[in-house]
Design a protein. Structure first.
Length: 207
């Protein structure tokens, strides 16, 4: 379990992030706080805290006298996001390989199994859920909080962009690359984890 996993605000955030990433809350859609409370299944305070985080990540826009808008997807977003991830995420993987606890390494192996099962079943949302868990475990394992703060919103945007054009073939390749990163971290091999993450980001950039 991640540091945040037990908090109601984080659970509300995960519910709403999933709705945005899977495009059930469509880019450009206007929504109300009540709609988000109903979707999240949590009270007003946790949902407001979740909205604040989603606004910080650039997924929700809070406009005075207009309300809440789901952020649009722009054509240039993918390349710009991946350019930053390519620079930062291999370092995060290397640090996680060096510093992850046994519990975190075991949790990553469970993620690998869940991703593989999702690919076999053609379950895109199941894969995205496991991918989110993967990112949060790395967030907990990486000791550089500034690095993680920079990566977290980019990863969420990437999930939404990936889902918008996902295919079974792309999911299979993505799972294969994720598993390579996970195996390297599980072994504690920082150099291999960095190289595997570079390959994963390269695949996602081209996908």
């Amino acid at each position: 379990m991640t540091k945040q996993a037990g908090s109601l605000s984080h659970l509300a955030y995960l519910s709403l992030e999933r709705e945005i990433v899977t495009l059930r809350l469509a880019p450009g859609a206007r929504v109300t706080e009540k709609q988000l409370i109903d979707l999240a299944g949590h009270g007003r305070t946790p949902v407001r805290e979740a909205i604040q985080k989603l606004e910080w990540q650039g997924l929700i826009e809070v406009r005075p006298r207009v309300g809440l808008l789901i952020s649009e997807i722009h054509a240039e977003d993918h390349q710009e996001i991946m350019a930053v991830r390519h620079r930062l995420e291999p370092l995060a993987a290397a640090l996680a390989a060096e510093h992850a606890s046994e519990e975190q390494r075991s949790a990553l192996m469970r993620c690998a199994k869940a991703m593989t099962a999702a690919a076999v079943d053609g379950d895109f949302e199941g894969f995205l859920s496991s991918d989110k868990q993967f990112d949060e475990i790395l967030e907990d394992a990486c000791p550089n909080r500034f690095l993680i703060a920079a990566l977290a919103p980019l990863q969420t945007h990437s999930r939404r962009l990936w889902f918008a054009r996902a295919t079974p073939e792309k999911m299979d390749r993505s799972v294969s690359h994720h598993v390579s990163v996970i195996r390297a971290i599980q072994k504690g091999d920082a150099q291999e984890a960095q190289s595997a993450m570079e390959a994963l980001i390269g695949h996602l950039t081209a996908a």
